[in-house]
Design a protein around this ligand. Structure first.
Ligand code: AMP
Length: 553
């Protein structure tokens, strides 16, 4: 395909406001692309390489201005290009405003001379340019770009300039290309979608759809060494998860950076959440994987920075390690990192994306020969057990918990409802402790399960009980604090005079016949003792009513 024909399609797409029409134009272009199909597919998305490929053109704006200026003739300088850019605000318009092709003598740089450009020429040249490195590479890149622009008509230059700076912006999204592939080659869009999730390669998927149809798409599998988009999470509540799923998988939410681990049986490669390769900056993760995994795998996990005692450090520290290109050994001495693997996408030749989480996690535990590397997945059907996991996670210095639907498949790139990060409490209430219960067993001498009340005029009305979010050490302190105010005891039940105020977090306020206020807190959690507050300044029933009316938050 001529690059001029591609530019023509790009211009038509850009002028077309209706999404459906755009899809048809793109589908027609794909159907006509012949042997250039993979390239045209990527170019329409503004990409030279597939998303899983970590190669980049690495061309800064200055280099492009220089190349444009050279191709535009002797009277044009990079400064002129910049001035025009300041006026128009768009590099494509600027490139299209020059006339190229006059630089015959210099055009010897370009293998194709001044003949019309083919899509394949553009791709070849851009790929060779991406490979240029070391001393003189900037000059080589400049020469190559100059050669390309020198062969461009202005309409072509517009899209070449945008492609080079990764600013194609035709209004063609990934969804449009997915639908256009289905339309052009008459295959089900779900099959295209799955193949894209697995391969992250629009060009390859388009070609397979054309040549092998739906069955070919179904045969596209994960490839160890080629990153997959990460499954993402939405915020959610414990109560919501239990209502929706009956039981929830619960894990620590580590405060680090996402990493995808690929081990092909010989070498380890690591990828960030954006699918950039981060193998070199994280040698200790490579060493960990080499020592604990024997079969080819693709694992999903989080890398956390830790201090000498293994206590997690803020996530900025781990980001610094991810970005580190030089002197990695020194960086590693300052901050070491640790892998927590929480999912297994592929193990020993078997793709597991469609397997339920619980099965994938079992595989994870069986392929990783070190428990400390595998995140613990507990499945619970009651909120209290989940609260206990959260209390431990917070006490261990972690960010909180993740809730996962135990039956759900791994859906790459999707921010769906199957993974939820527990929402931090938006509001807290300051509530008066009006009762408690003596504990059992080794906690028999400690008060626990504190009854909470709101202020209603001169009286106090109950609104719930809190038992979680409290460590054993805190229970001892709270027992000392509350014991002097005990009015009455009946078995293990204790009546306490209003004296102490707790700050309590919750997920929701509901109307409830159980408590005298007529409301109940869902998932109440102890935050702290409000030593600065008296019962007379605790939260009121009016405020609770107001919050309940606003949906409890
Ligand atoms: P957020 O970045 O706030 O959207 O939270 C989701 C992120 O939490 C994921 O992308 C992971 O990087 C991270 N994370 C930490 N621990 C886990 C876990 N156990 N399961 C899934 N994601 C986790």
């Amino acid at each position: 395909m001529e690059f001029a024909a591609f530019a023509d399609t790009a211009a038509t797409v850009e002028d077309e406001p209706a999404d459906l029409e755009i899809r048809t134009i793109v589908a027609d272009a794909l159907a006509d692309a012949g042997s250039d199909l993979p390239t045209v597919t990527r170019f329409l998305l503004g990409r030279v390489f597939p998303a899983h490929d970590s190669r980049t053109l690495d061309i800064g704006p200055q280099l492009l201005y220089e190349a444009l200026a050279r191709a535009a003739g002797q009277n044009v300088s990079a400064d002129d290009v910049e001035t025009r850019l300041a006026e128009t605000g768009e590099i494509g318009e600027v490139a299209a405003s020059y006339e190229f092709g006059g630089q015959q003598g210099l055009a010897a740089f370009s293998a194709g001379g001044t003949e019309g450009l083919a899509v394949a020429d553009v791709e070849d040249d851009l790929r060779s340019l991406a490979a240029a490195e070391g001393a003189g590479s900037q000059e080589t890149k400049l020469d190559t770009l100059f050669g390309l622009f020198n062969r461009c008509e202005s309409a072509e230059a517009k899209y070449l300039a945008r492609l080079v700076l990764s600013e194609m912006r035709l209004g063609v999204g990934e969804g449009t290309v997915r639908d256009a592939i289905a339309e052009a080659f008459d295959v089900p869009v779900e099959d295209v979608q799955r193949a894209l999730q697995v391969s992250n390669d629009y060009g390859h998927v388009a070609t397979t759809a054309r040549e092998e149809g739906a069955s070919g798409l179904a045969d596209i599998t994960l490839t160890v060494g080629r990153p997959v988009q990460a499954m993402l999470a939405q915020t959610g509540t414990v109560t919501g998860a239990l209502e929706d799923w009956g039981e929830a998988g619960v894990e620590i939410k580590y405060d680090g950076a996402r990493v995808q681990v690929h081990y092909d049986g010989e070498a380890v490669s690591l990828y960030s959440r954006n699918m950039e390769e981060v193998t070199d900056p994280l040698p200790e993760v490579v060493e960990t994987v080499e020592s604990v995994v024997d079969v080819p795998v693709i694992l999903d996990g989080e890398v956390v920075a830790v201090d000498d005692d293994g206590t997690p450090l803020p996530f900025q520290q781990v980001l610094r390690r991810f970005r580190r290109k030089h002197d990695v050994a020194r960086a590693r001495e300052d901050v070491s990192v640790r892998l927590h693997a929480f999912d297994c996408l592929h193990a020993d030749g078997e793709d597991l994306l469609d397997a339920p989480l619980a099965t994938r996690h079992e595989r994870l535990a069986s392929v990783v020969d070190d428990e400390s590397v595998v995140s613990t997945l507990q499945v619970h059907d009651d909120a209290e057990a989940i609260e206990a996991v959260e209390t431990d996670a917070l006490a261990g210095g972690h960010e909180g918990i993740m809730l996962k639907q135990p039956e759900a498949a791994y859906t790459p790139g999707k921010r769906g409802q199957d993974w939820r990060k527990r929402k931090p409490d938006v509001e807290t209430l300051d509530l008066v402790v009006t009762g408690a219960e003596w504990g059992e067993g080794r906690r028999a001498s400690l008060l626990g399960t504190f009854e909470l009340s709101v202020r209603a005029g001169e009286a106090y009305e109950t609104i719930g009980k809190v038992a979680t979010g409290i460590t054993d050490e805190q229970l001892e302190e709270l027992t000392d604090l509350l014991s002097p105010h005990i009015r009455n005891e009946d078995g293990t039940a204790v009546d306490i005079a209003p004296a102490v105020v707790f700050e309590v977090g919750y997920e929701e306020i509901q109307t409830s016949p159980t408590y005298s206020s007529g409301y109940a807190l869902r998932f109440p959690r102890f935050v702290t003792v409000r030593e600065d507050k008296e019962p007379a300044t605790a939260d009121t029933l009016e405020r609770v009513k107001r919050l309940a009316g606003e949906g409890g938050r």
